[in-house]
Design a protein around this ligand. Sequence first.
Ligand SMILES: Nc1ncnc2c1ncn2[C@@H]1O[C@H](COP(=O)(O)OP(=O)(O)OP(=O)(O)O)[C@@H](O)[C@H]1O
Length: 243
Amino acid sequence: MDGVGKVFAGEVTALSDMNLTLAEGEFVSLLGPSGCGKSTALRLIAGLMQPTTGKVSWQGRHDTGDLGVVFQEPTLMPWATVEKNVWLPLRLRGEKLDAMRPRIREALDMVGLGKFANAYPRELSGGMKMRVSIARALVTQPRLILMDEPFAALDEITRNRMNDDLLALRGRLGCTVIFVTHSVFESVYLSDRIVVMAPRPGRVAEEVTVTAANRDQDFRTSADYAGLCRAVSAALSRATGDT
Ligand SMILES: Nc1ncnc2c1ncn2[C@@H]1O[C@H](COP(=O)(O)OP(=O)(O)OP(=O)(O)O)[C@@H](O)[C@H]1O
C-alpha cells in the first residue's frame, strides 16, 4: 500500500497515507482500536473497493484466485453441505463439483474436517464452522489470505487451538497472511510483524517485529512473549493517545 487514503461519502477519512509492504510468506497482523480502518485496509487490499488516494499494488502476476478472505462470521450458506460451501469460490469460476471433489477434500482435510463433507452448517460447532470458512478460503490455493478477526467470536480454548492450527497450515502452505485482530496476545503469538494502527484518521503508527524459534505453549508462557506483549500494548497506548 503506497500512500493509501480512503474517504467515505466525502467526509469520513477512514485511512490516510497508509504505507505497508509485505514480503511473500510473511504473517502480518493489523492491530488497533475500533474504527482505525483495519477492515477498510483489508477491503482495499482485496480489491473490494478502490482507494481515494495512493495505490495498492502486487509484485508480479496477480488474479482473484491469488486471494482468500476469511471474515469474523463464517458466512456459510445454511442450505448447502460443507462440501458445497467450500466449492463456492471454484463454482464462481465455472468449475464443476465432480471435478473439484479431490481439491475440496484436500482443503477440508487441511482443517481437520475431511469426514464432514456432507454435514450441514447447523450440525457444526462455532470452531468447526470457522474451519469450513478457512477451507473455503484455501481451496483456490491463494498466495495471500486476508483474515478479519476470524476467531473473535470463539471461546478462549477454541481460539488458542485455532491459532495453533492456523500456524501449522501456514507453515505447510507458505502463504502470506494479513490478520486483523484486537488482541495483543493473539497478534504476538501469530505474527512475524505487528502493524499498530492509530485512529482518526487511520494510519500506521508503529511496527513491532516478532522473532520466535517456535510458536507453542513454551513460547506462550515465556518471558520473551510477556515482554513482547508489554511492548505491543505500550505501542497501542501511544497510538491511541492513552498514557
Ligand atoms: N462504507 C462506509 N461508509 C462510511 N463510513 C465507513 C464505511 N466503512 C467504514 N466506515 C468508517 O471508516 C472508519 C474505519 O472503519 P473500519 O471498519 O475500517 O475500522 P476497523 O478498525 O476495522 O473497526 P473495527 O475494529 O470496529 O472493526 C470508521 O469511522 C467507520 O465508521
